[in-house]
Write a protein that binds this ligand. Structure first.
Ligand SMILES: [Zn+2]
Ligand SMILES: [Zn+2]
Length: 335
């Protein structure tokens, strides 16, 4: 049991606890410990043998107990119990995904919109993760509070990207956008701008409580757009605090599969969207996926190694996840 596998167990425990508002703080403690494991990647066996698991940041006695059991038996009875209580079915078809095969994250933010780090810091962060590519996908203009990018600012951003690319040659930078899906399903930037970008992630951010028929129309229009590569956090939910949008998931996922638009598993612990259950439905309907951190700072890239359990529980094989493909094979590059 290495640190990344353990991080995934703690992350799933945090996720299950999050469904119960009374467990909010315990849920956060597990998610934070998972994150710290995924960032630091400590040698857990050595720490355990020295009785020093609690020396790690965010690891108190309760979490150390879970880790000790994991190291000794490879299992967590606490997780098993939570799964049972939360009616999470036992799965004998979980996929084996190895973070070592993950090639790059395609959804990230910089100070160009609401990120906390510069593009150079994010590129260096991706390099430190061993990534071959990074999609820089800041917000579109409609999200005014975060200073979304219009065509002029995208052009300016592309100049900075060329400079950063020269400084971080090992990570191919993809210029993209996280474009808002407007209420009627149209996108927040004109086609002539979108077609120039390497990655277009279309995401629902506002008016998520639209009535289901209108929301279905809105999402169908977004997945039918010729320049959209990925639907970001497809429901907009925030486990424990905000329900996601309700729409005809089956119809939208089918159309996404038909148009080769990938659905995202956003690994931010505040989102975890699509959920494993919804991702399983999408897989059955033939969809492809993107597995991203939606990082707003370099340390948040570690959301992927800690959140990968979602894709495993959904049974998604790595062939169906674009981030496991080399850059040349990313279909969106050709789109
Ligand atoms: Zn978003
Ligand atoms: Zn985002």
């Amino acid at each position: 049991m290495d640190a990344i596998e353990a991080a995934q167990v703690l992350s799933e425990i945090g996720y299950l606890l999050r469904q119960d508002p009374k467990e909010k703080f315990r849920a956060q403690a597990f998610s934070t410990a998972a994150w710290s494991l995924a960032v630091e990647r400590p040698d857990l066996a050595t720490l355990h043998s020295r009785n020093e698991l609690t020396s790690m940041e965010g690891v108190g006695a309760g979490i150390a107990k879970v880790l000790a059991e994991l190291l000794e038996t490879g299992k967590s009875r606490y997780l098993d119990r939570l799964r049972e209580e939360m009616k999470q079915p036992a799965r004998d078809d979980e996929s084996m995904l190895d973070f070592a095969d993950y090639k790059g994250d395609i959804h990230s933010h910089t100070k160009w919109s609401d990120g906390k780090a510069t593009m150079l810091e994010m590129a260096r962060g991706a390099e430190a993760m061993g990534y071959r590519y990074l999609g820089v996908t800041d917000h579109s203009p409609r999200i005014k509070v975060v200073n979304g990018l219009n065509a002029d600012r995208l052009l300016a951003q592309s100049r900075e990207m060329a400079e950063v690319q020269a400084q971080v040659p090992g990570v191919s930078l993809l210029q993209g956008i996280e474009v808002d899906i407007l209420e009627d399903g149209s996108l927040d930037l004109p086609d002539m701008v979108l077609e120039l970008l390497d990655v277009v992630i279309a995401s629902p951010h506002v008016k998520l409580r639209q009535e289901p028929a209108a929301m279905t129309e809105r999402m169908l229009r977004a997945v039918s757009h010729p320049h959209v590569d990925v639907i970001g956090h497809p429901t907009g939910r925030r486990p424990g605090s905000r329900e996601g949008a309700t729409y005809d998931y089956e119809a939208v996922f089918k159309e996404a599969a038909r148009n080769k638009v990938a659905l995202e598993l956003d690994c931010d612990p505040a989102r975890m969207d699509l959920s494993p259950e919804m991702a399983r439905l999408a897989l059955e309907l033939g969809c492809n996926f993107a597995l991203d951190a939606d990082a707003h700072a370099p340390a948040e890239f570690a959301y992927v190694p800690m959140g990968m359990w979602m894709a495993r529980r959904a049974g998604i094989p790595k062939e169906k996840i674009m981030n496991f493909r080399p850059l040349e094979a990313l279909t969106m590059v050709a789109k």
